[in-house]
Design a protein around this ligand. Sequence first.
Ligand SMILES: [Zn+2]
Ligand SMILES: [Zn+2]
Length: 145
Amino acid sequence: MSKTAQTLSGSCLCGAVKFTLASENSQVGACHCSMCRTWSGGVVFALDEIRDLKVTGEESMSVYKSSDWAERCFCKTCGTNLFWRSEQLGHTVVMAGAIENQSALKFVSEIFVDAKPAYYAFSNETKKYTEAEVLAQFAGAEKEE
Ligand SMILES: [Zn+2]
Ligand SMILES: [Zn+2]
C-alpha cells in the first residue's frame, strides 16, 4: 500500500478484454522458457508484483491450463496474450505488451536464461535467473503463503 503505486491499464488488440492494475515498481521480467516462447511467438515480457487487477470482458478470454499449477489467458477473438496465473502460488503476471503506458515499464529481470535459444540476446542490464533458481523461488513463495 505504498503511495508510489501507479495505476496502469491495458487491453487486448481488439479491445474485448480490458484491465487495470496497481503497480509499485512497474518491473517487467522476460521469460525464455520454451512454453512462453511457443505461447507468445517470441519472448514473454511480464509485469510482476501487481495488485488490484480488475478485468472487464473476462467472458471474451480463453484460459489454457499449461501446467498442473498455472494457466495462460488470452483473448478468444484476437489472440492477445494477457495473463499468466497460478492459483496455487497466488500469483498473476500481466503481459507487458498489453499495457498502454509502455514508458512506465522497467525491464529488470530475465528468467529461464538457461533455456534461451542462441539466436537472440538482450543488451539490457537485467538480473538473470536459471530455471533451477526460479523454481527454488517459487518453492519458497509457496511456503510463505
Ligand atoms: Zn481481443
Ligand atoms: Zn516462461
